[in-house]
Design a protein. Structure first.
Length: 145
């Protein structure tokens, strides 16, 4: 009986450790598929009324992934590449195409569209989910070509 008691306690302790480590991979994102584009979703942040924001670029994701602002709002992003790989920040239609060196930082100013959403992406890793969107008002993330 005593041996069974210790076996059960050992199994419970192992379950607690495994359960606790289930959240250890905090850099893991859920993949959100919008049309043909995959987004490594690391959250949505409201930037209404702000003029600047720090944006993280890491292992094939942007954090936050979705930025919620107002029509025509300009936002200066300080993008820090926390990975050892070259990344990029591009916004189609805004002539923004900037490489971000490994462990480096860049600043860009984006403009929120008149309505809907505009996609930003890393031209090197977009096919691996490194995409995000500038969302106007209460617009939901949506497929954009």
């Amino acid at each position: 009986m005593r041996r069974m008691h210790w076996t059960v306690l050992g199994a419970l302790a192992a379950a607690v450790v495994v359960g606790a480590c289930g959240s250890c991979g905090s850099k893991e994102a859920k993949v959100r598929q919008l049309g043909s584009v995959a987004f490594a979703d690391h959250g949505t942040q409201s930037v209404r009324g702000k003029t600047a924001l720090a944006l993280e670029a890491d292992s094939n994701y942007f954090k936050p992934t979705f930025l919620r602002g107002e029509t025509g709002q300009q936002l200066t992003l300080t993008i820090e590449n926390e990975s050892a790989s070259l990344h990029n920040f591009s916004v189609a239609g805004q002539q923004i195409d900037v490489d971000i060196p490994a462990k480096g930082k860049v600043q860009v100013t984006v403009t929120f569209p008149a309505m809907g959403a505009a996609r930003f992406f890393c031209k090197y890793h977009a096919d691996q989910g490194m995409n995000g969107e500038l969302l106007v008002g209460d617009t939901a993330p949506q497929p954009i070509s």
